[in-house]
Ligand binder design. Structure first.
Ligand SMILES: [Zn+2]
Length: 420
């Protein structure tokens, strides 16, 4: 039987922990704030806020950043999250390369490297050793100690299954139940968190994009692959095995073009970067080079569309198909916003947007369509890596700034460390 006072102690401890998490989250997302304002915004007493902030200052998680002159009154000291408390790494694994970026705790980029890859030819073991080399390089470049890195978030193509053990399934890469997380954990110098790249991009959009307050949002990734992150009531929708959002493998043409996933007529088989280029080659009766630079070729296509009918027709058809895919999203999920991201989205989005909207309007049900705005996201090509880094920061915030990583149970290094 548990003695009564112990249960009470636990409750008090939980309460204190909850207060610490809440105040830290506010400081993280709302920026420098005075203790009085924190008390006003949270409804906590000034004494409670004072105690929690003292603890966070002692742990070096927050810092005092100067004073706010409160209109003739006594100036109040502002408190903010200490960006130098720890570093975070985000990795965006694409088929032709991985972007590896190191950020401070507030996700300001301090260093970045690009590691060339040749997926699907690359084996998972070779991929892991290249990522490890890149991570070490970026840590060295930023001049931080490896133990200063809180964790490494990795966005990958394919379905990342979290059910006790984590596996990656990516039929287009020939990956069937690859224990990528375990492989990365043994090779990397800090705890690793893994998720699908479209989902990490969606997280970056939710943290730093222009629709942060949206509750019902779909962020679509148009790149070499095609995917989506679905937010319901502000939360990322996962489904029973966290594979929800495989929008690229929803069918737009029954019996249509062969998709890399094995099925036919998938959206990605028409509007993935490779598929757009193949349709262009077919229409202009040319052949594509075997080792092709998709980004360069797609820029060529966009330029050619100014005076080539074939190129313009390929882009129009691309917009029509994306629009139909978006109408399906509108009818199924009734979002407030659909935000277009990914490198193809950024490259072609502004040009295709009016036609995408028209195609979606003619296919979607009128009422839900009248409540959705379709737009191009403002985050740059870093969005997937930055979103992967948010996985680590999210778990740090959820621990009230105590965790150093999540999966290896590292000791909390409360004194932080020198950065730079
Ligand atoms: Zn498919």
């Amino acid at each position: 039987m548990v003695p009564r006072h112990s249960a009470t102690q636990r409750t008090t401890k939980d309460l204190r922990r909850g207060n610490r998490v809440e105040l830290l989250r506010r400081l993280y997302f709302e920026g420098a704030t005075s203790r009085i304002d924190l008390a006003g915004r949270t409804g906590l007493s000034q004494a409670t806020v004072g105690n929690v902030i003292s603890e966070l200052l002692h742990d070096n998680v927050v810092i005092e950043t100067g004073q706010l002159d409160s209109e003739g009154g006594r100036p109040a000291v502002l408190v903010a999250v200490n960006p130098k408390h720890a570093a975070v790494v985000g990795v965006d694994v694409g088929e032709s390369g991985a972007a590896i970026e190191l950020f401070d705790l507030r996700l300001q980029k301090l260093a970045a490297v690009e590691v060339p890859l040749r997926l699907p030819k690359e084996s998972p073991a070779s991929l892991v050793s290249k990522i490890a080399a890149g991570v070490n390089q970026v840590i060295k470049q930023a001049g931080v100690a490896a133990q200063h890195v809180l964790g490494i978030g990795v966005g990958v193509p394919g379905v990342v299954v979290h059910d006790g053990e984590e596996y990656v399934h990516a039929p287009s890469l020939g990956w069937d139940k690859i224990p990528l997380l375990q492989l990365l954990q043994t090779a990397l110098p800090a705890p690793v968190m893994l998720d699908n790249g479209a989902r990490t991009m969606g997280r970056a959009e939710m943290w730093f994009g222009k629709r942060r307050d949206a509750k019902h949002l779909v962020v679509v990734l148009l790149g070499t692959g095609v995917g989506a992150a679905l937010f319901n009531e502000g939360h990322l929708f996962g489904g029973s095995t966290s594979s929800a959002g495989e929008w690229g493998h929803t069918c737009v043409v029954v019996g249509g073009r062969q998709c890399r996933c094995g099925a036919k007529g998938c959206l990605e088989a028409y509007v993935g970067a490779g598929a757009i280029l193949e349709r262009w080659a077919q229409r202009s009766r040319r052949s594509l080079p075997a080792r092709r630079d998709e980004q360069r070729l797609l820029r060529e296509l966009a330029a050619a569309a100014r005076d080539s009918k074939a190129a313009a027709a390929v882009l129009d058809e691309t917009a029509d198909i994306i629009g139909v895919g978006m109408a399906n999203l509108v009818n199924l999920f009734n979002p407030e916003y659909i935000v277009i991201g990914g490198w193809v989205g950024q490259l072609l989005g502004p040009r295709l947007l009016p036609r995408i909207r028209d195609a979606a309007a003619s296919q979607a049900l009128r009422f839900p369509f009248s409540h959705v705005a379709i737009e191009v996201g403002r985050l740059g090509p870093d969005a997937v890596a930055m979103g992967a880094a948010t996985l680590v920061v999210e778990s740090f915030l959820a621990s009230g700034g105590r965790s150093r990583g999540t999966t290896q149970g590292r000791e909390a290094a409360t004194q932080g460390g020198a950065m730079g």
